[in-house]
Design a protein around this ligand. Structure first.
Ligand code: SF4
Ligand code: SF3
Length: 534
């Protein structure tokens, strides 16, 4: 197995260039990275084998492709055993596919054998564009997977995975052939986020604004992290009547706003802040933690026996809850640990005792008249979308300072886990609306897009003509697919931080700057006046 790795897919990549040693900054070991590379190579091989014979692809194969791509997203799967099993599944599928195909087309048995080193060793611009496609696909696979879990699928989304994997695997693809695929990844991801939005709303109801307590009540409890609302629903059902309370963590916070989940009285509140604080926040809680998706950090020995994973998440030594989602081991652990002996009044990073969530597109658009009137009357001078991932770098304080320094006549929309930097702040109200509106998880970028489109229609202008600035923080690959969606929609003047992706070559970056005016953040003092003058 390889002793060294090459990975540059996330924002915390070593020295801002690439993780190339025996382990990545995220804790992924070189042998795990090699297996993820092998898995990606096999998926590309499968897509190349399937080209022209897509009719033999089934929904089960599509789901496997999504699952495998999802397993390579940062902070999802660290388990070599599981990754080896996924590789076996893709190899078996490829063999079955080639058998079937050779029956129909004599002599055209595939002999493709792709190796990811072909990608890492290509010229820097080709590597950059193919990386944008690959990392965007990885992010989108997570959203497609969550929609699929709820029974929602879209053939155009599923089919695009193969098309894009073929583009990555194509040895002769030049920049002018790859650029349209980059933007198509954004277009298909918009469709995918719309699908997941519909899946969530039709299953759990439209999000409604809710105040969420940060107090953990006495007695046994379970903390559930990640993005998968279906896992939360199963956990809530299985813990009914047990005396166990449930607390969301990280990207699960917006779950409180869905009527179909909020109806459970033992869904009590939220525990902790964003993912990068988990090793300290979980160190001594008398309760188990269930991870349904990213971001899992390598659990410390002090709490390893209290961590559980499910679905695509896995870590060696962590108990995994299988497909049937029987959460009995988690429930037993909660009962044996017993929770706190008294109510514990935790606060957010800035000392707030509760946070608000649930301003999805239905909630915000129901107040559209108020917002439109306030903009017309000059009561709302500017709207900022300060959203995206959180992370460990000190430079991320920018986002806290930014919302604190934003003028009082500005409205701040937010989403994803970056909001934990400021979501417990009381920023007051404008025209009866809270100034800070949490739209939900990262995939709820779809809500932000819908709101922007509605405002543009109301003011009869383009999205870029609105008094709206996007201030995005990225960390992992879901942020990549969302960025590509914004580019596909022609959104300009996006401020990106805390650093620019290492996989953008100088030429690709120059193209993005010229065509979309993407800008790196600097300091709120310098950036805010420039944004307001736009
Ligand atoms: Fe490094 Fe990020 Fe890759 Fe982990 S996911 S190995 S931190 S680039
Ligand atoms: Fe956060 Fe990991 Fe990206 Fe859905 S939980 S946003 S980083």
């Amino acid at each position: 197995m390889d002793k060294k790795m090459f990975c540059f897919q996330c924002e915390q990549t070593a020295a801002g260039t690439a993780c190339t040693g025996k382990a990545g900054v995220c804790g992924k070991q070189a042998d795990t990275a090699a297996l993820q590379d092998k898995l990606t190579s096999e998926l590309i091989d499968l897509a190349l084998s399937a080209r022209g014979n897509e009719r033999y692809l089934t929904p089960a194969v599509d789901k496997m492709v999504m699952e495998c791509l999802f397993a390579t997203v940062t902070n999802v799967n660290f388990d070599n055993h599981v990754l080896a099993q996924l590789i076996d599944r893709v190899e078996r599928e490829k063999a079955r596919f080639n058998d079937r195909r050779s029956c129909q087309h004599d002599g055209c048995q595939s002999s493709t054998s792709y190796h990811i080193s072909q990608l890492w060793n290509s010229s820097e611009d080709i590597r950059s564009l193919k990386s944008l496609i690959l990392f965007g696909l990885r992010g989108m696979s997570a959203y497609a997977y969550h929609a699929d879990v709820l029974g929602y699928r879209d053939e155009a989304v599923a089919g695009f995975f193969y098309k894009a994997l073929c583009a990555i695997g194509s040895p002769d693809a030049e920049m002018d052939a790859l650029l349209p695929v980059v933007l198509e990844t954004g277009a298909v991801n918009l469709r995918c986020m719309e699908l997941l939005d519909r899946a969530n709303i039709e299953t759990f109801g439209s999000p409604e604004p809710r105040q969420v307590s940060l107090t953990v009540e006495k007695g046994p409890f379970i903390v559930i992290s990640g993005h998968d609302l279906y896992d939360l629903k199963e956990l809530l059902e299985q813990t009914e009547g047990t005396g166990i309370n449930i607390y969301t963590h990280g990207e699960m916070l917006p779950a409180h706003s869905y009527p179909g989940l909020n109806k459970y009285p033992h869904l009590k509140g939220n525990f902790g802040t964003a993912w990068q604080n988990q090793q300290t926040e979980f160190a001594d809680i008398p309760a188990p933690v269930l991870f349904t998706t990213n971001c899992l950090m390598p659990p410390r020995p002090s709490y390893m026996d209290r961590v559980f994973s499910t679905e695509v998440v896995a870590y060696p030594g962590v108990t995994h809850i299988g497909e049937k989602r029987s959460f009995t081991p988690v429930i037993q652990k909660a009962l044996s640990l017993g929770g706190y002996a008294r109510d514990m009044h935790f606060t957010g990073i800035n000392g707030g005792e509760s946070v608000m969530t649930g301003f999805g597109h239905h909630a915000v658009l129901s107040a559209a008249d108020t917002v439109i009137t306030a903009i017309r009357e000059g009561l709302i001078r500017h709207i900022f979308l300060v959203g995206g991932c959180d992370g460990a770098k000190p430079g991320r304080n920018y986002y806290t300072e930014f919302v604190q320094e934003a003028p009082e006549d500005s409205l701040i929309l937010t989403l994803a886990c970056g909001k934990y930097r400021f979501n417990d702040l009381n920023l007051g109200t404008i025209s009866g609306l809270p100034r800070l509106l949490d739209m939900g998880q990262c995939n709820d970028a779809y809500s932000a897009i819908k709101v922007a489109q509605a405002l543009a229609a109301a003011f009869k202008c383009g999205i870029n003509d609105l008094p709206l600035t996007l201030v995005l923080s990225w960390y992992e690959q879901k942020a990549v697919c969302i960025l590509l969606t914004l580019l596909h929609l022609g959104m300009r003047n996006i401020w990106l931080g805390p650093s620019l992706p290492a996989f953008l070559s100088p030429n690709v970056l120059a193209f993005l700057v010229e065509k979309y005016n993407i800008m790196p953040i600097s300091t709120p003092e310098k950036d805010l006046p420039r944004m307001m003058s736009h």
